[in-house]
Write a protein that binds this ligand. Structure first.
Ligand SMILES: [Zn+2]
Length: 85
């Protein structure tokens, strides 16, 4: 992680409104979940872990990354890779 990235994470944690711990839906580990307020479009709240990585629903950032990687592999292997829903 770069120094700048770390500073951003620390600043984000300082402005956090709410800190809790949640069990990840996939790996089941208890992880920090910090509410940074809402997204600009107000559709959902923004949650990060203590290092500033973003939660995706009830998936911890690590599992989300693994899932993204798996999705990417599926997309690459499918005949029409562009999935616009
Ligand atoms: Zn997880």
């Amino acid at each position: 992680m770069t120094m700048a990235g770390l500073n951003v994470a620390v600043r984000n944690v300082k402005m956090a409104h709410e800190i809790q711990q949640r069990h990840c839906k996939i790996c089941g580990q208890l992880k920090a979940r910090i509410n940074l307020g809402q997204f600009p479009n107000k559709s959902s709240k923004r949650w990060v872990d203590e290092t500033g990585k973003q939660w995706c629903g009830l998936l911890c950032p690590d599992c989300q990354r693994n899932r993204a990687k798996a999705n990417m592999r599926i997309l690459r292997n499918s005949p029409n890779g562009s999935s616009e829903v």
